[in-house]
Design a protein around this ligand. Structure first.
Ligand code: UDP
Ligand code: MG
Length: 312
């Protein structure tokens, strides 16, 4: 039977989480009484993740496993899943049990009401305070710059209609942020609150550096405002320094030669060097993006797909 609901779960070194996840996910899905499939993507795990997924596949006809040929990152793993979904309702979920599967029926209910994208935000988020505050700021800035309206970028528990998944599939970006891409194409999106749990097993795959990287990718793939900002800052600084030069020239004419203010000059010079380097970096982000897009390498490669007969 053709599945109506497709669950897409990327997994990278999640050996501790997968059994508890599956044990709470599977009954939720069967209780809904609609045909479904669960697609796991093994994102080049180095632990026994693949073995566990293989066992789940062998014992459950609804489970499909896409084994990637290396670690391509969470969003590329989801992309790989999206290219294989069969259901009309597609739901993404983290493997680490931070997104409670019990919320899936609520998302499905909203999709049934006609929403083509159901986002979620975490209520009572169980993360360290530093991460909560940082992510609130980042959410706000990102929304402004990328012209999006997503309340919680970090919550991957989301529902997408088949149509949106198809559009995401044909926008062949080499780095992307799926929830943002989805929102760009959604006609009737909605966001609902979901419970959030602490990560109990395994460790987060995102350190501070990865989070900063993720955000640069998010900004550069959805906006050129940072570039325009650099241009504006450059214009403003040029204007101000021309005024300064003019002022210095007048002083030279009326007061005569002066040699003070060396440290002020150094300070200004350091600041300008900083701005220049930062601007160069931002420009470089875009050049890097262009480079990645024109090199047209496959975004990920699939080693093997384990699936039962579709039986459509
Ligand atoms: N993940 C992945 N590839 C990666 C990193 C993460 O497939 O390179 C998966 C991971 O297994 C999990 C999800 O993406 O299912 C979210 O990762 P994590 O929980 O570490 O992120 P956080 O919740 O800390 O943002
Ligand atoms: Mg997590």
């Amino acid at each position: 039977m053709k599945p109506e609901i497709s669950i897409v779960i990327p997994a990278y070194n999640e050996e501790e989480s997968l059994h508890p996840l599956f044990e709470s996910l599977y009954p939720v899905m069967t209780d809904m009484g609609r045909p479904f499939e669960i697609i796991f993507i093994n994102d080049g795990s180095k632990d026994s993740t693949l073995g566990i997924l293989y066992d789940l596949y062998v014992s459950h006809p609804e489970v499909r496993v896409i084994d990637l040929n290396g670690n391509f990152g969470q969003h590329m793993a989801i992309m790989a899943g999206f290219e294989h979904v069969r259901g009309d309702i597609v739901i993404t979920l983290d493997a680490d049990l931070q997104n409670p599967p019990e919320e899936i029926p609520n998302i499905v209910a909203k999709m049934d009401e006609g929403h083509d994208l159901v986002g979620t935000y975490r209520k009572g988020r169980q993360d360290p305070l530093f991460r909560k505050v940082a992510s609130k700021m980042v959410n706000r800035i990102t929304n402004r710059i990328a012209r999006l309206n997503i309340r919680d970028y970090g919550c991957m528990l989301r529902g997408y209609s088949k149509r949106i998944v198809e559009i995401i599939n044909i926008s062949r970006e080499s780095t992307t942020f799926i929830p943002a891409l989805g929102q760009k194409f959604a006609a009737n999106p909605i966001e609902i609150p979901v419970a959030h749990r602490e990560r109990e097993m395994g460790t987060s795959k995102y350190g501070l550096f990865q989070l900063i990287r993720l955000n640069f990718d998010l900004m550069t793939s959805f906006s050129i405002v940072p570039l325009q900002f650099v241009t504006m800052a450059g214009m403003l600084i040029s204007l101000l320094s021309s005024l300064l030069v003019l002022y210095m020239l007048l002083r030279r004419l009326f007061i005569g030669p002066e040699a003070e203010g060396l440290f002020t000059l150094m300070a200004i010079q350091f600041m300008l060097t900083g701005i220049t380097l930062f601007s160069l970096g931002i420009t470089g982000e875009y050049v890097g993006r262009i480079y990645r897009e024109v090199s047209r390498r496959p975004r990920y490669s699939v080693r093997k797909i384990f699936e039962h007969e579709a039986g459509e």
